[in-house]
Design a protein around this ligand. Structure first.
Ligand code: SAH
Length: 240
């Protein structure tokens, strides 16, 4: 895999060249110190990938000649959506990048009874930048979606497919639990809700169970939000 750059807008079907601007051009010119004639890889957030040769370098933009294109999917066979009461700051950015690598399809930031405020639209735009950076590095061509924040209730009602709410056995509220191993046999569309440091409230867990969500226990130790998210994504997606 060569150096990868993200195209904010896709080339027209008959295009033979494409201009790179903005942050991606900065990366190509200032960070990579790319030279004329070098061949790099381009992707646009669909499953399309191009090989392209740098034909012109300006101060803040570059032109590339499109050499070939290919449809290459590096998506897992399972569409995993995680509803997460995201932690703050750098922890948030870190976990988003790792979830891109593991192949999560969609993140829904959750507002919950015991949670901290969820990122506003501007902060979500910055997280989307994180998604692009991680996709460049891991070779993923489709971008993981980060939706606008939803309330816990909205998420519980709207989510489709097989649905779990991660809630430790030691925390009150759930009537029965499934163990982590049940995640390994899920197929198709899968949703998991992950709570804040303060956990889900009894009300939230009962509401989810009433809507046919299964409470999921990940073992006798309490995991941080990031660890729970990565463990769940690994169980569901690795090897798929
Ligand atoms: N103090 C909280 C734990 C919060 S940990 C409580 O006792 O409920 C943050 C989130 O990670 C939890 O809401 C849950 O979704 C998930 N999590 C952490 N450890 C877990 C475990 N052992 N089993 C299931 N979910 C867990």
């Amino acid at each position: 895999m060569g150096q990868r750059f993200f195209l904010e807008s896709s080339p027209a079907p008959d295009a033979t060249t494409i201009d790179l601007g903005g942050q991606e051009a900065q990366h190509l010119i200032k960070v990579m110190r790319a030279k004329l004639g070098e061949v790099v890889e381009l992707f646009d957030g669909t499953d399309m990938e191009w090989q392209a040769e740098i034909t012109d370098i300006r101060r803040n933009a570059a032109t590339l000649r499109l050499l070939s294109s290919e449809v290459i999917s590096r998506e897992p066979s399972i569409e995993l959506t995680l509803g997460i009461a995201l932690p703050k700051g750098d922890r948030q950015k870190w976990v988003i990048a790792r979830l891109v690598e593991l192949g999560v399809q969609c993140i829904v930031p959750l507002t919950t009874d015991y949670g901290v405020a969820q990122p506003v639209e501007k902060a979500i735009d910055r997280l989307r930048r994180q998604v692009i950076e991680a996709s460049k590095q891991c070779g993923r061509n489709k971008l993981m979606e980060i939706t606008a924040p939803q309330s816990f209730n909205q998420f519980i009602e709207r989510a489709e497919g097989q649905r779990w709410i991660a809630h430790p056995l030691s925390a009150p509220g759930a009537s029965e639990h499934q163990s982590a191993s049940s995640l390994q046999s899920t197929t198709g569309q899968t949703c998991v809700a992950i709570g804040p440091e303060g956990g889900f409230s009894i009300n939230e867990v009962q509401l989810a169970e009433a809507q046919d969500w299964q409470a999921l226990d990940l073992g006798s130790r309490i995991l941080r939000i990031e660890t729970a998210a990565l463990a769940i994504a690994s169980l569901v997606l690795l090897g798929k």
